[in-house]
Ligand binder design. Structure first.
Ligand SMILES: [Cu+2]
Length: 232
């Protein structure tokens, strides 16, 4: 071996080393940026925009939408979603609300029935006055409106909005098969927050179609059928 060949060998090894380290660095950066810290954005409650009687100024308003698939959203399109065919709450499930206040929630519900496995969840619990307001479509497709403490048939639930640690459970009626295309049931209710904290919330309808017992996929993933209520 002559000196020139040895130098070329060393140079090659250095180049391979630098390239390998560079590629590894890029992969780690991609892994952290696209997987580890990737998550749904948050939605901060706005000051109440609906009548609250003589409730104090701290009252807050959250507007959500439930869809059969992310790509069918009407109110809150989420075009770059990695799972466009998943059932979901929109625009996000990370909700920030004020402590010691009344939070009013409006949900534009556009999904069909999955049905409750446990009929217990058909009754509303833990909400102001024990009732939710709902505009919906009856079996003939006629628009209807009323205040309800439960949905009549647990099998017609599309989703629930539930914060177990606050005792809040609200069933969301499926859109009637007779409703005009593009219709939504609009469900409105209020609940009270106490001290600051982070509370898990989720849907109790096993609505993750195509997963084991309907409880996988969107039921297990932040930003779809589960999230956090951040009381601050
Ligand atoms: Cu659900």
């Amino acid at each position: 071996m002559v000196a020139g060949e040895s130098n070329r060998g060393t140079a090659t090894r250095v180049v391979v080393l630098v390239l390998t380290v560079g590629i590894l660095f890029a992969l780690v950066t991609f892994f952290i940026g696209d997987f580890v810290v990737r998550g749904p954005g948050s939605l901060t409650a706005s000051p109440a925009t609906v009548a609250q009687g003589n409730q104090p100024a701290q009252s807050a308003f959250i507007h959500l939408e439930t869809v059969a698939s992310v790509d069918s959203a009407i109110t809150f399109p989420r075009p770059d979603d990695p799972n466009p065919s998943w059932v979901s709450y929109l625009p996000t499930t990370i909700l920030k609300v004020p402590a010691n206040s009344v939070v009013t929630v409006q949900i534009d519900q556009e999904d069909g029935a999955s049905g409750l496995r446990n009929p217990f969840w058909a009754k509303a619990r833990g909400i102001v006055d024990g009732k939710f307001h709902m505009t919906y479509f009856d079996d003939q497709g006629n628009p209807q409106e009323g205040d309800f403490s439960a949905i009549a048939d647990p099998a017609t639930a599309a989703h629930t909005f539930a914060i177990p640690d606050l005792g809040v459970f609200v069933p969301l009626e499926a859109i009637s098969d007779a409703a005009p295309a593009g219709s939504m049931n609009v469900i409105t209710f209020s609940f009270k927050t106490g001290k600051a904290g982070v509370y898990h919330w989720q849907c109790f309808v096993p609505c993750g179609a195509g997963t084991i017992y309907g409880n996988g996929g969107p039921m297990q993933t932040l930003g779809y059928m589960a999230g956090f209520l951040i009381v601050q």
